[in-house]
Write a protein that binds this ligand. Structure first.
Ligand code: MIG
Length: 766
């Protein structure tokens, strides 16, 4: 075997250690005591789209050579790297957290022959190609009790163990549990066995593949089609900690404009001005709280982006101004595909400035999407992103409040974009193979920048495709789900795993996009989805209409009841978003986030937490009027009746059609706002805090709900402390004018009102 002497086994420069192994150099950088960046030579030279800025903190590091291994120790962990390039990671209690697998892979999955594949296709089967993403391989030891979470929007169940997944952003209308790839590529995995927990983030945008114990029960592996070995290991004492570390690295979901947390009504499409007037009038007439209406592709002139069809929308600006007086915002869709049309300024500008992807011979690459023959803006280039950002002005000038980015995997109707198609990685020409999974990320980033510049407000962007870190710029939805019970069931693990992958602001199409919904499904969907951060009802052209009034009563009344609940609880959600800027924790959380040592919750797919204080156990099957609920450690209260339950037990609870089983943790204080039909920050002068149990403390955040002034201290922070013999309200930070005039503190049915006394800057009872 290759022998290295101690002297040249490693080199150290500050917090980076370069280790000379028989597989080549490994570069290990300690970014924090818990986060280690691991790269090979190829990766060491590249830049990251997911991680922005320098994430390196000062970490006391010791490096030594022991028994032929290099040992790197931080205050939290130790890594041992041997001469063969294998690496094992231990926590401060000397427990192995993650070890490289030393054996050979057992390629156990039997493949169809080419001939068999042809026959299967002839029979009408879709033959799924095996992943070819195999240039580089990372194989880690799998233990009996290991469970996996994260990976973004993937289909299936909460615990990813035993499944395989691919990262290649795909416009996939089938979201069945067996599907391995969807719209987003978030190569981030959380592993836990209840005792030790870690995160692994593979920051490589080429097509990649995870096998989490399907091929073998002894190991799990990651392979990737190109680029270098580039991953981060992060330790945490539980799942929540790992999410905090991961979002420290790739960025946190920023605080949104407050109206964005309201209800959004959408349809493919509200095709004309009259459609939009009708739907908004109906929403108000039926007292259905709503803040936003979405315009799908038919508002454009022949699907040309940054245009309006003048026949259908003769005066878009006036329409949006009218809607604004009724407190409605409008979000418009923008696809990336630019129609190839010599009379169209966007196309002409892009060709002239060389902003589109090209064939290897430098001619502009064309494929086909909604507008017909189209070209693809090359968002990997700064100049394309700037141009795209400037084009948002067309929308903001009309009064558009947010942008919905679709088709940015990117989708193509005329076959996949060929591998050799040239896309740039900043100033370097490369190919679609590297830039494909980054396409939606860079588009959303440009959109965010444009909206921020034009409006000065916190941009509201929704994107379908994403890469790790896109959460910094955009919210996401899960694309074309179905109006089926299976899709409703999958919403919970899908949104929970998106949340654990940094995407706090996520949602599904309420009621289902493809196929026809029905009253019971829509009702259960609004109940289950009422806490999804992005709350939008959307459905496909050609399907049954799906607005809350389409099915009469009792659907309408139940739908209204839950929208009202959402609006009452807006501040609870907004507080979680504010908190999320510093801890990165999502709004919708699987129970494993906080109760990872409880084996009952490791693959609990039909319950979730909202923050840490609300537990939601929706009905997600037809004909069901009772369901079993698992409540974790502690005591819990029924939200509707106040009935108290002991945790770590299963209960059979009533869930008639109009009732969402909802529980509150003992000691929680929940902010409650009077029901309104839209979110009006200006009208906030009274709020109620309700205590569940004997005592609790709560921090409430308030600002103008719109711009970035809060980052300069223009916000208020209130501390509510309720104990057996004393209730107190403390204004911990007062940077936003005004403050609440009245604050009510409630326990059970008893409400005590406090009023602001400006002379002493405190709240007092009268
Ligand atoms: O090929 O814009 O996922 O939400 O309504 C379909 C029309 C294109 C797909 C999106 C969907 C949207 C639809 N779009």
């Amino acid at each position: 075997m290759f022998q290295l002497n101690h002297v040249n086994m490693y080199e150290q420069e500050h917090q980076t250690v370069k280790i000379n192994t028989i597989k080549g150099n490994l570069w290990l950088t300690a970014l924090t005591p818990e986060i280690i960046h691991i790269q090979d030579d190829a990766a060491h030279a590249t830049n990251s789209y997911a991680v922005e800025g320098n994430k390196q903190e000062v970490v006391p590091l010791t490096v030594a050579v022991q028994d032929g291994k290099v040992e790197i120790t931080t205050p939290k962990l130790r890594i041992e790297i041997d001469q063969d390039g294998y690496l094992d990671i231990f926590n401060e209690h000397d427990q192995v957290v993650l070890a490289d697998y030393r054996g050979q892979r057992e390629k156990t999955v039997v493949q169809f022959s080419e001939e068999q594949q042809e026959l299967l296709k002839a029979e009408g089967h879709v033959v799924v190609k095996q992943s070819t993403a195999s240039k580089l391989e990372v194989v880690k030891v799998l233990n009996t009790n290991d469970h996996f979470y994260g990976l973004g929007d993937k289909t299936g169940f909460l615990d990813k163990r035993g499944y395989t997944y691919d990262n290649w952003n795909t416009d996939e209308p089938n979201q069945g549990e067996e599907v391995t790839k969807l719209y987003k590529s978030i190569p981030f995995l959380i592993g836990t066995n209840g005792i030790t927990t870690y995160g692994l983030f593979f920051d490589n945008s080429f097509a990649s593949h995870f096998d989490l114990g399907k091929e073998s029960t002894k190991y799990f592996y990651y392979t990737v089609a190109g680029g270098g070995l580039d991953y981060y290991f992060m330790l945490g004492s539980n799942v929540a900690d790992v999410v905090t570390n991961y979002t420290y690295l790739t960025g946190r979901t920023p605080l949104p404009q407050k109206w964005a947390l309201g209800y959004h009504q959408s349809r493919y499409s509200y095709k004309t001005e009259q459609d939009v007037y009708q739907v908004t009038q109906k929403l108000r007439e039926l007292q259905l709280p709503c803040d936003t209406v979405h315009l799908d592709i038919d508002y454009m002139d022949g699907y040309r982006v940054f245009t309006v069809d003048k026949n259908r929308f003769p005066d878009m600006k006036r329409l949006l101004a009218d809607l604004k007086t009724n407190h409605f915002k409008v979000v418009t869709i923008i696809d990336p595909g630019v129609k190839k049309d010599d009379q169209y300024h966007i196309y002409c500008e892009g060709v002239k400035a060389q902003l589109f992807a090209t064939n290897p011979d430098r001619s502009v690459y064309t494929n086909s999407v909604w507008p017909g023959v189209s070209v693809y803006p090359d968002f990997g280039q700064a100049k394309t992103r700037q141009w795209w950002a400037c084009n948002q002005k067309f929308l903001t000038d009309l009064g558009v409040s947010g942008v919905w980015n679709d088709m940015n995997e990117p989708a193509s109707f005329n076959g996949p974009i060929p591998d050799e198609t040239v896309f740039f990685d900043e100033n370097q020409p490369t190919t679609i193979q590297k830039m494909h999974n980054l396409y939606g990320h860079n588009m959303a980033r440009a959109t965010y920048a444009g909206f921020k510049k034009q409006t000065g407000n916190r941009p509201f962007v929704i994107t379908r495709a994403a890469y790790a870190g896109t959460q910094k710029y955009s919210t996401v939805w899960t694309g074309d789900n179905r109006s089926s019970w299976a899709a409703l069931q999958m919403m919970i693990p899908q949104l929970c795993n998106l949340g654990l992958s940094g995407f706090s602001f996520a949602g599904t199409d309420i009621g289902g996009f493809l196929g026809d919904t029905n009253p019971e499904l829509l009702t259960r969907w609004i109940e289950a989805g009422i806490f999804s951060p992005l709350l939008r009802n959307h459905s496909c052209a050609g399907t049954r209409m799906q607005e809350p009034w389409q099915f009469g009563e009792p659907t309408l009344a139940i739908y209204r009841k839950y929208l009202q609940l959402r609006y009452q609880l807006i501040d609870y959600l907004y507080d979680l978003f504010a908190q999320g800027e510093s801890d990165g924790l999502p709004i919708m959380r699987p129970l494993v986030t906080h109760y990872g040592t409880d084996p009952e919750v490791l693959n609990l797919n039909d319950e979730f937490l909202v923050g840490s204080d609300l537990l939601v156990a929706p009905v997600v099957a037809p004909g069901v009027t009772k369901r079993m609920v698992y409540l974790p450690e502690g005591s819990w209260y029924d939200y509707w009746t106040g009935y108290s339950y002991a945790g770590q037990a299963y209960y059979l609870v009533d869930a008639p059609l109009d009732q969402l089983p909802l529980f509150v943790k003992d000691g929680a204080i929940i902010p409650l706002r009077p029901v309104t039909e839209y979110i009006d920050v200006q009208a906030e002068n009274m709020i109620t805090f309700k205590l569940w149990g004997e005592q609790g403390t709560y921090h409430h955040y308030q600002d103008n709900g719109a711009d970035f002034a809060y980052q300069n201290g223009e916000y208020n922070l209130y501390e509510i402390k309720m104990t057996a013999n004393n209730d107190a309200i403390r204004l911990m930070h007062h940077g936003y004018q005004p403050v609440y005039r009245q604050i009510n503190l409630q326990r059970g049915d008893l409400v005590i009102s406090f009023y602001f006394d400006a002379t002493v800057q405190t709240y007092k009872t009268k």
